[in-house]
Design a protein around this ligand. Sequence first.
Ligand code: FE2
Length: 496
Amino acid sequence: MQSFQLHERASTVPTNSYNRQDWQRGYESVKEESDYWIDDVEGQIPPELQGTLFRNGPGLLEVNGQRIHHPFDGDGMISAIAFRDGRAHFRNRFVRTAAYLEEQKVGKISYRGVFGTQKPGGWLANAFDLKLKNIANTNVIYWGGKLLALWEAADPHRLDPHTLETLGKDSLNGVLSDGEAFAAHPRFDPSCSQDGGAPCLVNFSIKPGLSSTITIFELDPGGKVLRKHAHSVPGFAFIHDFAITPNYCLLFQNPIAFNPLPFVLGLRGAGECIKFQPNQPTRIIVIPRHTEESVQILKTQSGFVFHHANAFEQGDEVFIDSICYESFPEVEPESDFREVDFDALKPGHLWRFHLNLKDKTVSRKLIEGRCCEFPSVHQERVGRPYRYMYMGAAHTDTGNAPLQAILKIDLESVERQLWSAAPRGFVSEPVFVSRPNSDKEDDGWVLALVYDAAHHRSDVVILDACNLSQGPVARLHLKHHIPYGLHGSFTPELFI
Ligand SMILES: [Fe+2]
């Protein structure tokens, strides 16, 4: 690994930076829906920070006392933190999906989850029940005047951005059929050449099979679908995220095999039927956004990617920065995720993949060897050369551990800045928000929810992105905790 300078505040945290019971409590359900101004604040909320941070993630880790098998099977709960004139307001609501309403009404698990949650009654009660529970728990975006909760295997749910009330499923003005997939990882092109430099939302969907269909969607700022094109690729595709450049969509087809039989027979969830193939290459699928050029598939070393940080082009070369695991962290049917052995799993590391589209070659190099996940970059640098990245990271610089720190990487100087919430704090995805009217790439704030086990509550933490290692400029103490979430986004629009 390359050497680097690390700036962090002196810390007295021991090498084993966390306590398992502390970490586990962050996975307790939150059942209440709240609505209040946050008055318990340490430090000062910057008055220039105006807008709304939306977060999504599993709010319920059980249904009426019956535990779900994996957090990814938990019902989606949206949190909204609105910042206005140095104050902040909190609100949370569950997404009223049809399945959530049904299960809450009958008081028991009525749907199988993709990641192993089963209906009570053993395999006989689950066999041949292949319907999916659209749990709307992965991301939340505000685009085209709509607040949408996303889950990758089905259509979005639309919410009222002021009240978070669920308005129903959204078809993108009739473009999606009922239940049609729309991934949970849209990318926002800040300036689309096809649209005269207007911003554009780019997303994809996967229809997996013996060969898989990848559909690309491009939406204008009003939410209208401008372009939709589908491509067939060989083999089963399990693709959670993608990256864009001005000319390409880039998807990593991880080397996995899928045997649906245990799922069909009611023995395992679909996500537990995935087997990592360490001797097979990862395929990088390069789909042109605006031309009839054919799709290219390049190969690189075996590895598993959930998330990409960013990508950019230089002539015939494309660079993609991604969090890559040595293997897929397989879900065992008998295991309890709360008892996961972090030391037995491979951590995610940040790699730069270098594609030469002319020679059809790929090389890669390690950028960050600390366990990391959930990258975020400046919204105007998406798909463009960029300098700064922010991620959740482990407190210690080697091994696998829960995310307790936020790491800023300077890709030009290789300088790092780290702020750690260890030993009793656990971080969620950091979101970078730029300071209004500034064109300096790291001028802004990094916002993150941090679970504080000492008080069994969550804090909204605001870090100065230029001086991240100095610690938060403000810590907003919520009155309760928010279970570890997945993704979210910030809009300068104010919804209180
Ligand atoms: Fe994700």
